[in-house]
Design a protein around this ligand. Structure first.
Ligand code: C2G
Length: 448
């Protein structure tokens, strides 16, 4: 009996998949189909698969073409499967030509002609209208956004807006966009969503106007500089049935999400303390350190540690204190410690643009602790540690590229769902509230 194996995501099972399965089956007597798990697809950068694993398996089963269905969960599994299932032929579509030649040592490898004119990506785009982004601002992060958006299907970046026409033009040419503009209304009319990456203080007005013009908004951190403004924007988006989201990539990356559920699962007992540090040395002439009411470590970086603290302990803290080091001509905070006191727990966020420290996240519990080394905000790895070192558990995840692709996927999924995530909206408002208090000098000690 000749045994054939093939693999795929098989999202929104279509004619191309069916042809492939039929031809693969015809190569032998017994066909095994490996369907990729959600985790594996995320790992290999297939970020917006629409159907869950159960639905995709069910479709393969209903096609009647598979004699057996297995789940593909990790890199390198193909080789293990070929040996385990005693496979004679490995078959895959011609879009993979050459990529699986290394399996020829173990079985015959056949690349089958791909069916032209149909793909899951096209079907997804037909079901959900393309998200046509316009970028507001043309700085470093905006450029990274354009690059990262290319990893998410169903999304394009079409144009850029900047009050300075020359900057917009330069950005447009460099990033091969379709248009640029220095008139915000004209710009808004050409897109259906905006990514706001302008200076902090301008986020509120750009976001508000975009929402008023029925555009979805993905806004860089901090979403606004006051709690009221953030609440107003989320309320407006809700009333209009639009999506407004703060661009905090960490919140949506797989490693961080797993780490949070693991820490909260009881494996380290009750969480009593969270210590999160993020420092990044920048040169004094850069935007981040200007004395314009928008500079300094807290405004630039505190979103990340506060996200971790709020995700782990919630937003119900009772007291907050800031201690800042500001010895520089611009009088901006080069380093700040934020202490939050909860009923039965405590947390500290440390941020620095002019002071370097170990950027780790430590979550202390009654049974053990979670240690995430720098850069924990791009979580690739975390350890569960206990009194007995032999119980240490190490967990590895993949964090792809700059990570902005994860927030873009979430934004696009939210648009398809037609609903914002209320918890994360609240979290953004709470962060804005802390920034506002800090800017007002509330509960702040300055180190002399
Ligand atoms: N396919 C095809 N014609 C199409 C579309 C897809 O023949 N128009 C084939 C692909 O070449 C692949 C199979 O259908 O052999 C499944 O395609 P996808 O669902 O896109 O999965 P893919 O990402 O190719 O998974 O481990 C996973 C595999 O390596 C490939």
């Amino acid at each position: 009996m000749k045994r054939v194996i093939t693999y795929g995501t098989f999202d929104l099972l279509h004619k191309g998949h069916i042809n492939l399965l039929r031809r693969a089956k015809a190569l032998g007597d017994y066909l095994i189909v490996g369907v990729t798990s959600e985790g594996y697809d995320y790992y290999r950068g297939k970020l917006n698969v629409k159907q869950n694993l159960t639905e995709r398996i069910e479709n393969i089963r209903a096609s009647g073409l598979a004699d057996e269905i297995i789940v593909e969960e990790y890199e390198g599994q193909k080789l293990d499967d070929i040996i385990k299932w005693n496979i004679d032929i490995f078959a895959i579509g011609s879009d993979w030509i050459g990529r699986f030649d290394y399996l020829k040592e173990y079985c015959q490898v056949v690349y089958l002609e791909r069916t032209k004119g149909i793909s899951s990506t096209e079907l997804r785009d037909q079901q959900h209208p393309l998200i046509r982004f316009g970028v507001v601002g043309s700085g470093r992060i905006a450029e990274r956004f354009v690059a990262e958006s290319k990893f998410v299907s169903g999304v394009t970046v079409e144009g850029v807006y900047n009050v300075h026409r020359d900057s917009a033009k330069e950005f447009c040419i460099k990033n091969e966009l379709a248009f640029y503009d220095d008139d915000y209304k004209t710009f808004l009319n050409k897109v259906n969503a905006v990514y706001i990456a302008s200076p902090h203080g301008s986020h509120y007005s750009y976001a508000k106007e975009a929402l008023m013009h029925e555009k979805h908004v993905l806004c860089e951190k901090p979403i606004t500089l006051t709690e009221l403004q953030a609440e107003e924007l989320f309320k407006l988006a809700k009333e209009k049935g639009l999506i407004l989201m703060e661009a905090i990539k960490t919140a949506y990356c797989p490693g961080f999400q797993r780490m949070v559920s693991c820490a909260k699962s009881g494996k380290i007992g009750s969480i009593i303390s969270v210590d999160a540090t993020f420092t990044k040395l920048v040169s004094p002439h850069l935007r981040e350190l200007q004395n314009n009411g928008e500079g300094g470590s807290v405004l630039e970086l505190a979103t990340y540690p506060l996200l971790a603290i709020f995700k782990l302990l919630g937003v119900g803290y009772q007291d907050i204190q800031f201690v800042s080091y500001k010895k520089n001509p611009n009088d901006v905070d080069l380093f700040t410690r934020i202490d939050l006191v909860y009923p039965g727990a405590l947390a500290t966020a440390r941020v620095g643009l002019g002071v370097k420290s170990e950027g780790s996240l430590v979550i202390a519990g009654t049974r053990g602790y979670v240690y995430i080394p720098a850069p924990w905000w791009k979580t690739e790895y975390f350890e569960l540690r206990y009194e007995n070192p032999s119980e240490t558990e190490k967990n590895f995840y993949k964090f792809s590229g700059d990570g902005l692709r994860y927030e873009i996927v979430e934004f696009s999924n939210r648009i398809a769902l037609g609903k914002m995530n209320d918890n994360i909206c609240r979290l953004s408002c709470e962060i804005a509230r802390i920034l506002e208090r800090y800017r007002a000098g509330d509960k702040t000690t300055i180190v002399m």
